[in-house]
Design a protein around this ligand. Structure first.
Ligand code: MSP
Length: 507
């Protein structure tokens, strides 16, 4: 078994409070929830801290608020609420929800940037650049398409202003933080996963990476946290946003995070700028920065203009939280890009929930009620060895997958166990044996129920609602009791109706 960390702090990016959440945001948060639930099972609920939240400052948000005819704070309150609601509907077990307009955050950010300045890493300089309001960042001329930002189809604005800059390249202080970050990645002290993303980051580190500004003139950005020592400047979006990972846990000892999850769009900020800022202020670095891929929908980039934005709220209403979680987290290997094909949703649901898991649960619980008085039947240790080996091995693979943040591999393990169990039933023609000689068949049903217990424990992080019901029907809890033989013969089994009815494909 893998070595578990003593505590587990995991974060998602804080999502821009600039509009409704979409399925990409849901994907990252569900993934973080899977890992959080897994670690709670194995190291204890109070040893896990799962943080998500909303990023609420900046030009775009202020503009959207204006368009909605609302004061920025009222607007972000509403958006933050829609995120909170979605997380609740998706059964997300976050311990905290940080908002960058909260006093606890603003106070910490002021402290953090002041410390950067006191430590000698900030300097004032003139900046001129092309700024895309949609991206909330300066955009390089080479990245424009027909003079427009390719993501937002609008021409950037030219901005010239005096800003405070962070000394990434060591021209104003005694340390070259870029080089230090590079060394820490090379030495494995700072892990960027998956490997291809580490390569990407190292590639970036080999190019020229200019220092970045941590403030904006108040005239150009009006919605933000003022710099403590310069009233004309507001703290610029990334210095404000990244600091949430610390501000949320300030005064506790959760930091450093074990895993920081994010999409590849914001890898540079997390894998380079963030560690450099942490080093500058003497903080430990996160253990793993995991960058997952990007979803397209029906082969195209998700966009309001195309009209293919998959709304996670609708999806959850239609399928429920477990199915939405499953469909999104099995869409592609974690770390790869994936395409969401909505036409396959029902088919995938039927294949896994109705035909595979649901059918198995129903089959063996029905047998237990029919032939063994609704109790766990007697076991025969001499008939358990193969199953025990298979289950032990399954746990090994499962733990390894979790450790490497290979979520789709985690899901595969219980799926395969159930597959083997179904084959076992067919091979031994157990329904026949049970009818003719229930006593002889009893230990086999014991094995099948025990396999179900292990599968449900492994499925719990992914589909917590259904897995909890299954474990409840077996009369056991959700904690990671992964040794073979956890079910006690004679223990009463609870009834469980049809968990996952088949759906008709209406398309
Ligand atoms: N506010 C910043 C992050 C600051 S973190 C200190 C931000 N917010 S965002 O609302 O744009 O969210 C970006 C994140 O949402 C991505 O990193 C990713 O986790 C998720 N996704 C957004 N679109 C996605 C896809 N199309 N596919 C998969 N995930 C996507 O950037």
């Amino acid at each position: 078994m893998s070595d578990f960390p003593r505590s587990f702090y995991i974060t998602t990016p804080i999502y821009y409070a600039s509009g409704d959440p979409h399925v990409g945001h849901a994907y990252t948060t569900i993934s973080a929830d899977i890992l959080s639930r897994y670690y709670r099972q194995f190291i204890g609920g109070d040893k896990v801290y799962f943080l998500t939240g909303t990023d609420e400052h900046g030009v775009k948000i202020a503009k959207n608020a204006e368009l909605a005819g609302l004061a920025p704070q009222v607007y972000v309150d509403q958006v933050a609420e829609s995120y909170r609601q979605l997380w609740q509907d998706l059964n997300i077990s976050n311990n905290d929800f940080i908002r960058t307009t909260e006093e606890r955050h603003e106070k910490f950010v002021r402290f953090f940037v002041e410390k950067l300045k006191d430590n000698g890493y900030l300097y004032e300089a003139e900046y001129e650049g092309l700024y895309c309001v949609g991206c909330e960042k300066f955009i390089a001329e080479k990245d424009l398409v027909d003079g427009k930002c390719p993501d937002h189809q609008r021409a950037p604005e030219t901005l010239t202003e005096k800003n405070w800059f962070f000394d990434l390249n060591g021209k104003h202080s005694s340390r070259n933080l870029l080089l230090e970050v590079k060394d820490l990645i090379h030495s494995g002290e700072l892990k960027i996963l998956p490997e291809k993303m580490e390569k990407e980051v190292l590639g970036l580190l080999n190019q020229d990476l200019p220092d970045f500004s941590i403030s904006r003139n108040k005239q150009n950005v009006k919605w933000g946290i003022p710099l403590p020592w310069d009233d004309n400047q507001l703290i610029y979006v990334w210095a404000d946003a990244l600091t949430n990972y610390l501000s949320a846990v300030d005064g506790s000892d959760w930091w450093p995070a074990q895993v920081q999850l994010l999409g590849k769009d914001i890898l540079k900020f997390h894998a380079i700028f963030w560690p450099a800022m942490l080093l500058a202020n003497g903080y430990a670095l996160p253990k793993v920065i995991f960058s997952h891929g990007y979803f397209t929908v029906d082969g195209q980039k998700m966009s309001k203009t195309i009209g293919n934005v998959v709304d996670p709220v609708e999806m959850t209403k239609q399928y429920g939280s477990d199915v939405t979680r499953y469909l999104l987290s099995t869409n592609c290997p974690f770390g790869d890009d994936g395409d969401i094909n909505r036409e396959q949703f029902v088919e995938k649901y039927n294949a896994f929930f109705a035909n595979h898991l649901g059918n198995y649960v129903n089959r063996i619980l029905t047998l237990a009620h029919k032939y063994y008085d609704g109790k766990v039947p007697a076991r025969d240790v001499s008939l358990e060895k193969d199953w025990q080996n298979q289950v032990d091995n399954a746990w090994l693979v499962y733990h390894q997958a979790a450790e490497h943040v290979e979520l789709e591999k985690m899901i595969k393990v219980p799926t395969e166990l159930i597959q083997s169990a179904n084959e076992y039933i067919t091979k031994l023609e157990l329904w026949k044996v049970m009818k003719e000689n229930p006593e002889q068949a009893a230990p086999h049903l014991y094995n099948l129920l025990e396999v179900l217990r292990h599968s449900a424990l492994q499925l719990y992080p992914i589909i917590p609602e259904g897995a909890s019901k299954i474990l409840e029907a077996l009369g056991v809890g959700i904690d990671g009791q992964s040794a073979w033989g956890g079910l006690a013969s004679g223990q009463a089994l609870n009834q469980l109706g049809i968990l996952y009815p088949r759906l008709e494909n209406k398309q």
